[in-house]
Design a protein around this ligand. Sequence first.
Ligand SMILES: NC(=O)c1ccc[n+]([C@@H]2O[C@H](COP(=O)([O-])OP(=O)(O)OC[C@H]3O[C@@H](n4cnc5c(N)ncnc54)[C@H](OP(=O)(O)O)[C@@H]3O)[C@@H](O)[C@H]2O)c1
Length: 290
Amino acid sequence: MTPSAPAAPVLVTGATGRIGGAVAALLASAGVRVRALTRRADAPAVPANVEVATGDLTEPESLDAALDGVGAVFLVWTAPPTTVPAVVDRLAAHARRVVFLSSPHRTPHPFFQQPNPVATLHADIERYLAAAGPETTIIRPGMLASNALFWWADAIRTRGVVRWPYGAAETAPVDDRDVAAVAARTLVEDGHAGGDYVLTGPEVLSQVEQVGVIADALGRRVDFRELSPDEFRHETEGSWPRPVVEMLLAAWGATIGQPAYVTPTVADVLGAPPRTFRQWAADHTAEFEG
Ligand SMILES: NC(=O)c1ccc[n+]([C@@H]2O[C@H](COP(=O)([O-])OP(=O)(O)OC[C@H]3O[C@@H](n4cnc5c(N)ncnc54)[C@H](OP(=O)(O)O)[C@@H]3O)[C@@H](O)[C@H]2O)c1
């Protein structure tokens, strides 16, 4: 990364999470001053060389110290929506540039067009950002490759069989590291104001094929047992939020028979090809072996 060296710190929200954590680490390793926002005073997984600021997106006034003197903000919103307008106003009052981690809810592909409360929240945040007026770049990853860890690692580790619905549903998983690299680039490089970047991986893979790629990386057999949607609802009862289950079932169901949506945007922004799912799996075997 060759930043146009902002002297003011970049505030990274979600810095203890998947994408924000990687963004903070990338920026810090490139010599950018990073301030990491967390609600927790003991701030667990914040990378070295990163200043920590406590604050809560649901309490806008708690962000003032974290926003003091910042030039850019990476915005990740997994909190309830109520305080979005007040927080966006505060961001715009302090920062010249905001890069927002959204989703491809505007993309005309059935996978991205199912009823989804998170998409509604993302659209609202984008609208408030446009009205508040900072330089804004919207980052829209499709399916994150690391979802495979949350979904399948335990089953692969303990049983060697993935019980899952819609095995034929195709996605183009994007490596979290590529999403973070695009975000980090747009936070420090000029020329991305108004950028609207839908990020996917380079290849189309059904869910059965994704499990097969993980099995190849592990060098052992992993079976895929197709579940009906109702069996999946039953198996996730009590452990997954029902709206998330319904959102995923609708998205996978709608994509059957449709090739997954693939964009060249990671390569366009980074000047290097996106990582493949095979590469992601090879780099995460330890988490599947446990
Ligand atoms: N999974 C996918 O395939 C996918 C695809 C496209 C887009 N996305 C979007 O990616 C976003 C999630 O990113 P992620 O997976 O990197 O997040 P994550 O790992 O779930 O981490 C959530 C982060 O948000 C912070 N946070 C939560 N509530 C907060 C609050 N009230 N105030 C301040 N910080 C708060 C947490 O920090 P502390 O706990 O330290 O405070 C944590 O760092 C979501 O908007 C999701 O819709 C996901």
